[in-house]
Design a protein around this ligand. Structure first.
Ligand code: GAL
Length: 685
């Protein structure tokens, strides 16, 4: 370690408290000759980079042979970064084992549902349950922690990478054994398991633990309880891999926070992040704009906003880190669209608006070889004399000015409940319609509120709902009793609660709540549904308020006639005349129920009514083109607020908000104009 390296004063907490929104990215110096490193560090300084994530895929460089470690190159890079006051988010390097590992331990390779063992030669080629992987990964982590725990550049530990991506689920025998152990712990006895999985059905009763398998390919539909528990197990098995490494780091590198990057994007739903969030010292996530997402009806920037709001919800409202996003195109979509001028700043500041205090990119320098050579980077193939690098440098200047809002919280009046476990259960086989996806209505309602300038906290089921004026419960198919009670309590104490179709249907074991749908919410909503009437793809029904419904309808009766108003009825189709949308007065608030997937204008009218009824005032938003979010900091000098305004539209937006715009670093007063594509971050007052 160079003597100068010790001069860097350390950040021992993250997000940073050194007066900037942290800016950086994945740095993979092993892909480049040594002479490029110094140049990289100079360029980083020019661009305002304050941190890098180092060593994510470096295992084969750090441990080229079993037990032989080579740290010289990493020492040099760490020292260079320390000398330049660039903080390091140091990876444990365990995301992808080297070829020697897979060659020596072929049983550590993941297996597909059809029983095909996957080959090495890509990345993350390891089975989530593998004990031999755990042993080698924690051994490398220990070496890393011993070597770098007091390095002046070290600010954060980064365990593995995007757990679950590529290697989950795995159906190998090691997973089968791990699954059985996990089930024994969960159910204690075979009777417990048989009850939970409803094995009285189709002669599935187990009499020995050895008979219990992972849900491999079966002749007919598999057991839903088994399938749901297998999802849970996959998340728990990987969480155990994470906590094993984290515990090594906490022991050998005390005081340095530990994270692992989540993937809170719509298309990745493999981990129960509400459980993971409890185990990390700081929540971090990755986000890439996907042009054809699972919830296809929602525009990609609305999905970005949802992912950011969800990450904040997982972080309990605290600021979080955006570990990775892209300066421009990705390389893994069918068609990888480049970002247009200014999109980099807009996307980045949308994340900051919604609570990120760190902006990371994949990656610093675009690779010359390998599977990701066509992925954009902070320094593209064209080099620093490029539009992308200029935009990165501009972002660096803005991040430096945004330092004053680091630590502030996002202000939101609306909570929307998002539950990964319920989404898994909702997507299981043999349901009334394969077209129902838990994310669809969640994203549509969120997008509708965003269009109106209303900020939504996307929260896990057990979040505290007490402070929200509106609580949205979109297609929460699986719902435990405590969550249902919390939603009811929110309505009692004044919130406008909206529950949508196919909610509250089953308990945690995926057993139907009997007596009529929507079981867990029947009483709160004052209604009872006897039968679902899902709609075929492409068909729709008219409602008597002028809106239409698609996807799903329900034959519903109003039970609490005195307190429940029918807001809209079906105007055609098999349920003509029946209630489609209801509202029940509850305590100081109300509980609304929508039995269909409303079209865009119907959704918009409904979300507006909810906001009006609860007194949530949305700022004027130029027909949804301008995204608006506020952050607030309360400190010794009182309360300070910043308003983010992002003009996604093609028209000038007139703004009447006095303050100081940190993007352009100028005073704005009276009526001023936000041009198409522009972003402003106004310190109000
Ligand atoms: C992420 C991953 C990075 C890189 C990036 C490309 O999922 O963590 O290593 O592959 O995608 O978009």
């Amino acid at each position: 370690m160079s003597p100068q390296a010790t001069t860097l004063s350390l950040m021992r907490s993250w997000p940073t408290d050194d007066g900037v929104v942290a800016l950086g990215g994945d740095y993979n110096p092993e892909q480049w000759p040594q002479e490029v490193w110094r140049h990289d560090v100079d360029l980083m300084t020019r661009a305002g980079v304050t941190f890098v994530t180092l060593g994510v895929f470096s295992w084969s460089w750090l441990e080229p042979e079993p037990g032989r470690y080579e740290f010289g190159w990493l020492d040099e890079v760490m020292d260079l970064l320390a000398d330049a006051s660039i903080a390091v988010d140091l990876a444990t390097g365990t995301a992808s084992p080297p070829p020697w590992f897979s060659h020596r331990y072929p049983e550590s390779l993941p297996v597909t549902r059809e029983g095909v063992r996957l080959a090495p030669g890509s990345r993350q080629a390891w089975c989530p349950s593998s004990p031999v992987f755990l042993q080698h990964a924690t051994a490398l982590t220990e070496q890393m922690a011993r070597r770098y725990h007091d390095h002046p550049a070290l600010a954060l530990w980064h365990v593995s990478n995007e757990y679950g991506c590529h290697h989950l689920p795995c159906w190998c025998d090691v997973c089968a054994a791990g699954f059985r152990d996990w089930l024994q712990e969960r159910y204690q006895s075979l009777e417990g398991l048989n009850d939970a999985w409803g094995t009285a059905f189709w002669s599935q009763r187990y009499t020995e633990w050895e008979q219990v398998c992972v849900p491999r390919a079966t002749p007919a539909f598999g057991n839903p309880g088994q399938a749901l528990d297998f999802w849970r197990y996959g998340s728990a098995a990987l969480l155990r891999q994470f906590t094993a490494e984290r515990d090594v780091l906490h022991r050998l590198s005390p005081g340095v926070p530990v994270t692992t990057n989540f993937m809170t994007m719509d298309h990745f739903r493999l981990l129960e992040y509400a459980e993971w969030a409890k185990e990390v010292d700081v929540v971090s996530t990755d986000h890439y704009v996907v042009h054809a997402s699972a919830s296809t009806s929602v525009d990609p920037r609305a999905e970005l906003a949802f992912a950011a709001d969800l990450t904040r919800g997982l972080s309990g409202g605290r600021p979080w880190m955006l570990m990775e996003h892209s300066t421009s195109a990705t390389n893994w979509q069918p068609v990888n669209e480049a970002k247009v001028d200014g999109q980099l700043l807009r996307d980045s500041l949308t994340h900051v608006a919604r609570g990120a205090d760190t902006l990371g990119f994949f990656q610093w320098r675009a690779s010359q070889a390998g599977a990701e050579k066509f992925h954009s980077a902070m320094v593209p193939h064209a080099g620093p004399d490029s539009q992308v690098f200029r935009e990165v440098t501009r972002l660096g200047e803005v991040c430096a000015r945004l330092g004053e809002l680091v630590g502030s919280r996002v202000l939101a009046d609306v909570a929307l409940i998002w539950d990964y476990t319920s989404a898994w259960a909702c997507g299981l086989d043999a349901h009334p319609s394969v077209l129902v996806d838990a994310g669809t209505v969640a994203h549509e309602l969120h997008a509708s509120l965003r269009e109106q300038g209303v900020t939504v906290d996307v929260v896990p089921p057990h979040a505290d709902l007490a402070s929200y004026a509106v609580v949205v419960v979109p297609t929460l198919y699986l719902c435990d009793t405590a969550t249902a009670a919390a939603v009811a309590a929110a309505a009692e104490s004044g919130a406008q609660v909206l529950v949508t179709y196919f909610s509250g249907i089953v308990d945690e074991q995926d057993h139907i709540r009997l007596g009529g749908y929507p079981g867990a919410f029947r009483e709160l909503l004052g209604v009872r549904v006897q039968e679902f009437h899902p709609l075929p793809l492409g068909s729709c029904v008219a409602l008597d308020d002028g809106s239409t419904g698609t996807l799903w309808t329900e034959a519903m009766d109003v039970v609490d006639v005195a307190a429940t108003e029918v807001v809209a009825r079906y105007a055609d189709g098999s349920l003509t005349g029946g209630p489609a949308l209801t509202r029940r007065r509850v305590g100081h608030g109300a509980a609304w129920y929508s039995t269909t997937r409303l079209d865009r204008s119907g959704t918009s009218a409904l979300t507006r009514r909810l906001c009006e009824a609860s007194g949530v005032v949305a700022p004027v938003t130029n027909d949804g083109a301008v995204e608006v979010v506020r952050r607030r900091l309360v400190d010794d000098d009182g309360a300070h607020t910043w308003r983010f305004l992002i003009n996604h539209g093609r028209e000038n937006a007139a703004v009447d908000l006095p303050g100081h715009d940190l993007v352009t670093d100028r005073r704005v007063d009276g009526a001023w104009t936000l041009e198409p594509g522009d972003v402003a971050v106004v310190r109000e007052g």
